[in-house]
Design a protein around this ligand. Sequence first.
Ligand SMILES: C[S@@+](CC[C@H](N)C(=O)[O-])C[C@H]1O[C@@H](n2cnc3c(N)ncnc32)[C@H](O)[C@@H]1O
Length: 248
Amino acid sequence: MVKEVEGQDLLYKQFAKYYDLLYSKVLDHKEVAKTITKLAERYGKSDGRDLLDIGCGTGADLFYLRRKFNCTGVDINVMMLAIAKRNVRGVRFLKGDMQNLILNKRFDVITILGSAIGYAITYANLKKVFRTISRHLKPGGITIIEPWIEKGDFISGYIDMDTYNSNNLKLARVSYSKKKGSTSIVEFGFLIAEKNKGITYLKDVAVDGLFEDAKIIKMMGAVGLDACVIKNVKGSYRGRYIVGTKAV
Ligand SMILES: C[S@@+](CC[C@H](N)C(=O)[O-])C[C@H]1O[C@@H](n2cnc3c(N)ncnc32)[C@H](O)[C@@H]1O
Protein backbone atom coordinates (compact mmCIF):
# COMPACT_ATOMS: atom_id res chain seq x y z
CA MET A 1 0.00 0.00 0.00
CA VAL A 2 1.48 3.36 -1.07
CA LYS A 3 0.58 6.45 0.98
CA GLU A 4 0.19 9.40 -1.41
CA VAL A 5 0.71 13.00 -0.30
CA GLU A 6 0.33 16.02 -2.58
CA GLY A 7 0.97 19.62 -1.61
CA GLN A 8 3.15 22.69 -1.76
CA ASP A 9 6.79 22.92 -0.64
CA LEU A 10 6.73 19.27 0.47
CA LEU A 11 10.44 19.14 -0.38
CA TYR A 12 10.99 21.51 2.56
CA LYS A 13 8.26 20.06 4.80
CA GLN A 14 7.49 16.31 4.69
CA PHE A 15 10.68 15.54 2.78
CA ALA A 16 12.91 17.86 4.90
CA LYS A 17 14.34 15.04 7.03
CA TYR A 18 15.59 13.25 3.90
CA TYR A 19 16.71 16.39 2.05
CA ASP A 20 20.42 16.17 2.93
CA LEU A 21 20.64 12.45 2.10
CA LEU A 22 19.84 13.26 -1.54
CA TYR A 23 21.33 16.69 -1.98
CA SER A 24 24.66 16.15 -0.19
CA LYS A 25 25.44 13.83 -3.12
CA VAL A 26 25.26 16.74 -5.58
CA LEU A 27 26.22 19.70 -3.37
CA ASP A 28 29.71 19.92 -1.87
CA HIS A 29 29.05 22.14 1.15
CA LYS A 30 32.64 21.98 2.43
CA GLU A 31 33.94 23.28 -0.91
CA VAL A 32 31.20 25.96 -0.95
CA ALA A 33 32.39 27.22 2.46
CA LYS A 34 36.00 27.38 1.21
CA THR A 35 34.90 29.38 -1.85
CA ILE A 36 32.77 31.79 0.25
CA THR A 37 35.72 32.38 2.58
CA LYS A 38 38.06 33.13 -0.35
CA LEU A 39 35.55 35.48 -2.03
CA ALA A 40 34.94 37.32 1.27
CA GLU A 41 38.69 37.86 1.62
CA ARG A 42 39.04 39.01 -1.98
CA TYR A 43 36.00 41.28 -2.37
CA GLY A 44 35.01 42.23 1.20
CA LYS A 45 36.21 45.55 2.57
CA SER A 46 34.66 45.44 6.05
CA ASP A 47 36.67 44.14 9.01
CA GLY A 48 34.28 41.78 10.83
CA ARG A 49 33.30 38.14 10.32
CA ASP A 50 29.51 38.30 10.75
CA LEU A 51 27.73 36.20 8.14
CA LEU A 52 24.02 35.89 7.33
CA ASP A 53 22.82 32.95 5.20
CA ILE A 54 19.33 33.59 3.79
CA GLY A 55 17.33 30.53 2.66
CA CYS A 56 19.76 28.48 4.77
CA GLY A 57 17.66 25.30 4.56
CA THR A 58 19.06 22.55 6.78
CA GLY A 59 22.19 24.64 7.52
CA ALA A 60 24.51 22.37 5.52
CA ASP A 61 26.69 25.31 4.37
CA LEU A 62 26.64 26.97 7.80
CA PHE A 63 27.95 23.72 9.28
CA TYR A 64 31.30 24.57 7.62
CA LEU A 65 31.01 28.37 7.43
CA ARG A 66 30.70 28.63 11.25
CA ARG A 67 34.39 27.64 11.50
CA LYS A 68 35.40 30.98 9.90
CA PHE A 69 32.41 33.27 10.56
CA ASN A 70 29.92 34.24 13.30
CA CYS A 71 26.84 32.88 11.57
CA THR A 72 23.12 33.58 11.47
CA GLY A 73 20.78 31.45 9.32
CA VAL A 74 17.33 32.53 8.12
CA ASP A 75 14.72 30.40 6.35
CA ILE A 76 11.00 30.69 5.72
CA ASN A 77 10.39 27.02 6.46
CA VAL A 78 10.22 25.83 10.07
CA MET A 79 10.84 22.16 9.21
CA MET A 80 14.14 23.02 7.53
CA LEU A 81 15.05 25.30 10.47
CA ALA A 82 14.28 22.54 13.00
CA ILE A 83 16.82 20.28 11.25
CA ALA A 84 19.36 23.11 11.00
CA LYS A 85 19.04 23.84 14.74
CA ARG A 86 19.56 20.16 15.58
CA ASN A 87 22.55 19.64 13.25
CA VAL A 88 24.45 22.92 13.48
CA ARG A 89 25.39 24.17 16.96
CA GLY A 90 26.71 27.65 17.61
CA VAL A 91 24.62 29.31 14.90
CA ARG A 92 21.61 31.56 15.48
CA PHE A 93 18.65 30.38 13.34
CA LEU A 94 15.62 32.55 12.69
CA LYS A 95 12.43 32.22 10.68
CA GLY A 96 12.17 34.97 8.09
CA ASP A 97 11.30 35.88 4.51
CA MET A 98 14.07 37.15 2.22
CA GLN A 99 11.68 39.73 0.80
CA ASN A 100 10.91 41.58 4.01
CA LEU A 101 13.44 40.49 6.61
CA ILE A 102 14.36 43.05 9.26
CA LEU A 103 17.07 42.09 11.77
CA ASN A 104 18.57 44.85 13.88
CA LYS A 105 22.05 43.89 12.81
CA ARG A 106 24.41 44.38 9.86
CA PHE A 107 26.69 41.74 8.41
CA ASP A 108 30.02 41.52 6.60
CA VAL A 109 28.84 38.70 4.34
CA ILE A 110 25.32 37.78 3.19
CA THR A 111 24.86 34.55 1.24
CA ILE A 112 21.85 33.18 -0.64
CA LEU A 113 22.90 29.73 -1.84
CA GLY A 114 21.42 26.67 -3.56
CA SER A 115 19.34 28.85 -5.92
CA ALA A 116 17.04 29.89 -3.04
CA ILE A 117 16.75 33.30 -4.75
CA GLY A 118 14.67 31.68 -7.53
CA TYR A 119 11.78 31.58 -5.07
CA ALA A 120 11.43 35.35 -5.45
CA ILE A 121 9.74 34.42 -8.78
CA THR A 122 9.35 38.01 -10.15
CA TYR A 123 11.70 40.97 -10.68
CA ALA A 124 9.45 43.05 -8.39
CA ASN A 125 10.05 40.57 -5.54
CA LEU A 126 13.73 40.34 -6.44
CA LYS A 127 13.99 44.09 -5.88
CA LYS A 128 12.70 43.54 -2.33
CA VAL A 129 15.35 40.84 -1.77
CA PHE A 130 18.15 43.18 -2.88
CA ARG A 131 16.79 45.88 -0.56
CA THR A 132 16.86 43.31 2.27
CA ILE A 133 20.49 42.54 1.46
CA SER A 134 21.54 46.17 1.18
CA ARG A 135 19.79 47.02 4.49
CA HIS A 136 21.68 44.27 6.31
CA LEU A 137 25.17 44.76 4.83
CA LYS A 138 27.88 46.81 6.56
CA PRO A 139 29.68 49.36 4.36
CA GLY A 140 32.26 47.35 2.43
CA GLY A 141 30.35 44.13 3.09
CA ILE A 142 29.66 41.59 0.34
CA THR A 143 26.81 39.43 -0.81
CA ILE A 144 27.31 36.12 -2.58
CA ILE A 145 24.32 34.77 -4.47
CA GLU A 146 24.07 31.41 -6.21
CA PRO A 147 21.38 32.05 -8.83
CA TRP A 148 18.90 29.64 -10.37
CA ILE A 149 19.31 28.64 -14.07
CA GLU A 150 19.41 31.73 -16.30
CA LYS A 151 16.29 32.24 -18.46
CA GLY A 152 18.06 31.51 -21.76
CA ASP A 153 19.67 28.33 -20.45
CA PHE A 154 16.53 26.65 -19.12
CA ILE A 155 15.56 23.46 -20.93
CA SER A 156 11.84 22.66 -21.07
CA GLY A 157 11.05 18.96 -20.90
CA TYR A 158 14.24 18.15 -18.93
CA ILE A 159 14.04 15.11 -16.64
CA ASP A 160 16.27 14.27 -13.69
CA MET A 161 16.67 11.69 -10.92
CA ASP A 162 18.58 11.32 -7.65
CA THR A 163 18.54 8.30 -5.36
CA TYR A 164 19.68 7.22 -1.90
CA ASN A 165 20.07 3.62 -0.87
CA SER A 166 20.62 2.16 2.62
CA ASN A 167 19.39 -0.98 4.41
CA ASN A 168 16.59 0.84 6.22
CA LEU A 169 15.75 3.56 3.73
CA LYS A 170 15.43 3.87 -0.07
CA LEU A 171 14.75 7.26 -1.67
CA ALA A 172 14.12 8.27 -5.27
CA ARG A 173 13.46 11.80 -6.44
CA VAL A 174 12.44 12.24 -10.07
CA SER A 175 11.66 15.59 -11.68
CA TYR A 176 10.20 17.01 -14.87
CA SER A 177 10.92 20.66 -15.78
CA LYS A 178 8.91 23.01 -17.95
CA LYS A 179 8.92 26.72 -18.69
CA LYS A 180 5.89 28.98 -18.30
CA GLY A 181 6.60 32.57 -19.34
CA SER A 182 9.39 33.77 -17.07
CA THR A 183 9.02 30.97 -14.55
CA SER A 184 10.26 27.41 -14.35
CA ILE A 185 7.89 24.77 -13.08
CA VAL A 186 9.59 21.67 -11.76
CA GLU A 187 7.32 18.76 -10.88
CA PHE A 188 8.82 16.36 -8.34
CA GLY A 189 7.87 12.82 -7.42
CA PHE A 190 9.46 11.36 -4.26
CA LEU A 191 9.29 7.68 -3.41
CA ILE A 192 10.30 6.88 0.16
CA ALA A 193 10.54 3.23 1.26
CA GLU A 194 11.19 2.74 4.99
CA LYS A 195 11.91 -0.62 6.62
CA ASN A 196 8.91 -1.90 8.61
CA LYS A 197 6.90 1.22 7.70
CA GLY A 198 6.00 1.05 4.01
CA ILE A 199 6.17 3.36 1.04
CA THR A 200 5.20 7.02 0.82
CA TYR A 201 4.81 8.87 -2.47
CA LEU A 202 5.03 12.68 -2.35
CA LYS A 203 4.17 14.95 -5.25
CA ASP A 204 5.45 18.51 -5.23
CA VAL A 205 5.81 21.45 -7.60
CA ALA A 206 8.54 24.11 -7.36
CA VAL A 207 7.95 27.42 -9.13
CA ASP A 208 11.03 29.62 -9.61
CA GLY A 209 11.70 32.87 -11.44
CA LEU A 210 13.81 32.68 -14.59
CA PHE A 211 15.98 35.78 -14.46
CA GLU A 212 18.80 37.24 -16.54
CA ASP A 213 22.14 37.87 -14.84
CA ALA A 214 22.61 41.23 -16.61
CA LYS A 215 19.29 42.51 -15.19
CA ILE A 216 20.20 41.22 -11.73
CA ILE A 217 23.53 43.10 -11.83
CA LYS A 218 21.71 46.30 -12.85
CA MET A 219 19.13 45.92 -10.07
CA MET A 220 21.83 45.31 -7.49
CA GLY A 221 23.61 48.46 -8.68
CA ALA A 222 20.39 50.42 -8.08
CA VAL A 223 20.50 49.53 -4.35
CA GLY A 224 24.21 50.33 -3.99
CA LEU A 225 25.67 46.88 -4.63
CA ASP A 226 28.50 46.86 -7.15
CA ALA A 227 28.02 43.38 -8.65
CA CYS A 228 29.60 40.94 -11.09
CA VAL A 229 29.11 37.34 -12.23
CA ILE A 230 31.77 34.81 -11.34
CA LYS A 231 31.92 31.61 -13.42
CA ASN A 232 33.49 28.17 -12.84
CA VAL A 233 32.93 28.47 -9.10
CA LYS A 234 34.28 25.48 -7.16
CA GLY A 235 31.60 23.73 -5.10
CA SER A 236 28.68 25.53 -6.76
CA TYR A 237 26.11 23.16 -8.28
CA ARG A 238 25.59 25.40 -11.32
CA GLY A 239 29.11 26.83 -11.39
CA ARG A 240 28.25 30.51 -11.12
CA TYR A 241 27.84 33.07 -8.35
CA ILE A 242 26.88 36.73 -8.37
CA VAL A 243 29.01 38.78 -5.98
CA GLY A 244 28.03 42.30 -4.90
CA THR A 245 30.00 44.74 -2.75
CA LYS A 246 28.44 47.61 -0.81
CA ALA A 247 30.33 50.90 -1.05
CA VAL A 248 32.50 51.76 1.99
C1 LIG B 1 16.94 24.89 -2.65
S1 LIG B 1 16.86 25.20 -0.94
C2 LIG B 1 18.52 25.74 -0.62
C3 LIG B 1 18.93 25.52 0.82
C4 LIG B 1 20.40 25.87 1.13
N1 LIG B 1 20.71 27.27 0.89
C5 LIG B 1 21.35 24.97 0.35
O1 LIG B 1 22.05 25.45 -0.55
O2 LIG B 1 21.38 23.77 0.67
C6 LIG B 1 15.94 26.72 -0.86
C7 LIG B 1 15.61 27.18 0.57
O3 LIG B 1 15.04 28.50 0.49
C8 LIG B 1 13.98 28.59 1.42
N2 LIG B 1 13.09 29.68 1.02
C9 LIG B 1 12.19 29.69 0.00
N3 LIG B 1 11.58 30.89 -0.07
C10 LIG B 1 12.13 31.66 0.91
C11 LIG B 1 11.92 33.00 1.34
N4 LIG B 1 11.01 33.78 0.74
N5 LIG B 1 12.67 33.48 2.37
C12 LIG B 1 13.58 32.67 2.98
N6 LIG B 1 13.82 31.39 2.63
C13 LIG B 1 13.10 30.90 1.60
C14 LIG B 1 13.35 27.20 1.41
O4 LIG B 1 12.58 26.96 2.56
C15 LIG B 1 14.59 26.31 1.30
O5 LIG B 1 15.08 25.93 2.56
